[in-house]
Each structure stands twice: as structure tokens, then as C-alpha cells.
Design a protein around this ligand. Structure first.
Ligand code: ZN
Length: 218
């Protein structure tokens, strides 16, 4: 899949997994780490987003191990598990990176190229739902994001999130419909109408008296 899809799916995977790990699912720092984890496996490809940024390393990995080699295998999954289990890195940092990493493997599994899960053996596993860069890829990504969002136990107001992440500068210009104002109790309405009718009667009475005074001969 494309780098943008891996970023989105890394964040979506963290949204779905974080509540099960006792972590806040929408913390911006954790989401950024999950996005980074979603890009890391392609460090073995010199032309990938992360491969271009660590060029000597990605060149060496590609030459020695090839793309979608050990970084996309069950060995990498075991490495992730060991990292989390031995707490070499604080869980709050390691967990989102690992979930993002695993989301990358899951996403690549959906492409025809598949994964060599049993690396260094040659067999390839795939569930070829969409080709990398095809028009179908954004649809699959959108569906998975929607599923992750729907899995959240408490879904916050998306405008608040957009503001917190700096994605929305005009949120206040697009407010949700305001809640309906509470209806006054019936008794108060009745009292108001009574007062109103009383005031009207007083005004009429005053007007009549005034008129009678003005029409009386002096
Ligand atoms: Zn990959």
C-alpha cells in the first residue's frame, strides 16, 4: 500500500487497539507513534517514505534481505512481542509503534504481493483485496478507518478532535446544531397568560377611565 494508507491504517489500528491495552485511543502523541510504526516495515525499500530518510540503512537492508523480507515476516512480529514484553521501551511508546507496525503487515497482506511470513522460507501469503495505488485502495482504507472509529467505546465530538490536532481552523464556523432550549413549564406559561390578561384588562380599564375623564365636561 501507499505510505499515506499505511499512516492512516496505523492510526486506525491504534484507535481500535488502545482501549484493550488500557491506553487512551486518541492521544495525539500515540497516534503519531502509530503512524510512524505504520511506515517502519518499509525501511527495507530505499524508495519508500522511511527508506528515503534513512538511505544508507535502507540500501543495505534492501541489498542483504530484499523488500518484504524479514521486516515483513513473523520474525518481525515476534520481535515486536518481545519488545513489548520486556519493556525495553516504555509501553506508552512501544505499544502504538508496534500496533502501527502490525497494521502495516496486515495491510500488505491485502495486496497481491503478499508477505513472506515464514521468511527466510520462500512461501508467500496474501489475501489480495486491492492492488497498491489502485482506486480501490482508498476505499478499503476508508472502510477500515470507519470500522476502527465505530469500535471506540466513547466517540468524542469530531470538531474538538480536529481542533486539537490542528486540522480544523474554522470549526466554530461549522457548529453542530445547538441543542433545543428547554421548554418553560406549563404552570409558568399559565401564570404569564393570566398576568398578561390581567395587565391587558388593567390597561383597557385605564384607557376607558382616561377616555371618560377626557370626555367629561369641565
Ligand atoms: Zn510494506
Amino acid at each position: 500500500m501507499m505510505a499515506g494508507s499505511h499512516i492512516a491504517l496505523g492510526m486506525a489500528a491504534w484507535m481500535a487497539a488502545a482501549p484493550h491495552l488500557g491506553q487512551p485511543p486518541l492521544a495525539p502523541g500515540a497516534m503519531a507513534l502509530a503512524a510512524l510504526g505504520g511506515l517502519l516495515p518499509d525501511i527495507d525499500h530505499p524508495k519508500s517514505w522511511v527508506g528515503r530518510r534513512v538511505r544508507p540503512v535502507s540500501d543495505i537492508l534492501a541489498a542483504l534481505l530484499g523488500h518484504r523480507g524479514v521486516t515483513h515476516s513473523l520474525l518481525a512480529v515476534v520481535g515486536c512481542w518481545l519488545l513489548l514484553r520486556h519493556q525495553a521501551v516504555p509501553v506508552a511508546w512501544a505499544a502504538p509503534i508496534i500496533i502501527g507496525y502490525l497494521s502495516h503487515l496486515g495491510a500488505d497482506l491485502l495486496t497481491p504481493g503478499g508477505l513472506r511470513l515464514a521468511w527466510p522460507l520462500r512461501g508467500t501469503w496474501a489475501l489480495p483485496l486491492c492492488r497498491t495505488g489502485s482506486a480501490f485502495e482508498p476505499l478499503v482504507v476508508a472502510l477500515l478507518i470507519a470500522a476502527a472509529w465505530a469500535s471506540l467505546p466513547q466517540r468524542p465530538d469530531p470538531r474538538t478532535l480536529a481542533e486539537r490536532w490542528g486540522l480544523c481552523f474554522t470549526c466554530e464556523a461549522l457548529p453542530l446544531p445547538p441543542p433545543a432550549p428547554p421548554r418553560p413549564p406549563r404552570r409558568r406559561l399559565a401564570a404569564q397568560s393570566t398576568d398578561g390578561s390581567q395587565a391587558l384588562a388593567d390597561a383597557r380599564q385605564g384607557g376607558l377611565e382616561g377616555r371618560s375623564h377626557s370626555t367629561m365636561p369641565g
